[in-house]
Design a protein. Structure first.
Length: 338
């Protein structure tokens, strides 16, 4: 009995010491949250809201500063987080989860191993949608299929969910599309659409309703397709892409390349080899932030969907992604590496 009591007291003491150590580590420190896309877009809006509220749940209450490092569809940040960041728990990367698929299909430029990141969480899966400008003259999927010229749709760079979605839709549904890629984020794509350089884009609905609100409400922009397993509550009458698929191969491309990737899109992670106690601390802080009433109130005002996925769950889902069979990987390579 004395041995058991001693063991319990020892474990409790070690836990207290670990908490105290983390508490002192973060006190007076600054955490840098590096976002792989430009200011004003969906990734940036989520990150700044999280950064305002998450410090209260981190022992020591460190500051969190958001930095934008756009380029290559978020690949710059993912590579930087893997090989250019000290594993001390003071840098959080926010990049797009489709980059993990890039590693699996062998896209050039990927310099990380997705299974080695320490994942903190995802604030909400994304609900993909395609929207076009009123000036395009396209008002429905019937119009799109019958378009005499390919629609110029904006992309955010190879490996981004925007580009992957657009490429898969073009192949799986045989839609007339010309992807114009390389934009740093939705803010730049929106300006290009307003200038007439583009007629549309496929982005998360969460981004459209936050960053393109006026155009959608006025009718200057029209959401004509959803790229989700089921309709978003905001878009009950907008058709689903998978319902237009005419073969098992087309459906599989949409399910694996878009639906599954969308769950992991807005990933927050730490660099590999970050001390496990700090990983767990930041995972708890992230999930506690997702339940914070002030954060939820701010998210509601900004029209941000909050349906969090914990770091542990993200880790499991990433593991499943890396178990795709060779046939599926080959099909994705044919479509996405063009």
């Amino acid at each position: 009995m004395r041995q058991i009591l001693f063991l319990v007291l020892t474990i409790g003491l070690l836990a207290d010491l670990g908490y105290a150590s983390n508490h002192e580590f973060y006190r007076g420190k600054t955490i840098h949250m590096i976002v792989g896309f430009s200011a004003g877009g969906g990734f940036d809006i989520y990150s700044r809201a999280i950064a305002r509220h998450m410090p209260k749940y981190i022992p020591g209450n460190p500051n969190i500063i958001v930095e934008n490092r756009p380029g290559a569809g978020g690949l710059i940040v993912a590579n930087h987080m893997y090989k250019g960041v000290k594993p001390d728990g003071l840098t959080i990367g926010n990049f797009i989860g489709t980059l993990l698929l890039d590693e699996i299909i062998g896209r050039p430029g990927v310099e990380f191993k997705g299974l080695n990141f320490e994942y903190i969480g995802v604030p909400s899966p994304q609900s993909g949608a395609c929207a076009v400008t009123k000036a395009s003259g396209i008002n429905s999927m019937k119009d799109w299929f019958a378009a005499k010229a390919p629609l110029k749709l904006g992309g955010a760079g190879q490996g981004s969910l925007v580009d992957n979605t657009t490429k898969i839709l073009k192949t799986a549904l045989n839609l007339p599309i010309q992807l114009i890629s390389g934009y740093k984020g939705f803010a730049d794509i929106r300006l290009a659409m307003e200038a007439g350089e583009l007629v549309g884009t496929c982005h998360p609905w969460e981004v459209f309703k936050v960053a393109w609100t006026k155009a959608i409400e006025s009718g200057d922009a029209n959401v004509i397709l959803q790229v989700t397993p089921k309709p978003h509550p905001d878009l009950p009458k907008v058709p689903l892409a998978i319902d237009f698929a005419k073969s098992d191969e087309a459906r599989q491309l949409i399910e694996v390349g878009i639906h599954d990737s969308a769950i992991l899109t807005r990933i927050y992670s730490l660099t590999p080899s970050t001390p496990k106690d700090r990983v767990q601390l930041l995972r708890r802080a992230f999930m506690d932030t997702m339940k914070d009433q002030e954060f939820l109130s701010e998210a509601a005002k900004a029209k941000l969907d909050i349906d969090p996925i914990s770091g542990d769950d993200v880790e499991k889902r990433v593991g499943s992604l890396y178990k795709l069979n060779n046939s599926t990987v080959s099909k994705l390579q044919d479509v996405l590496l063009k």
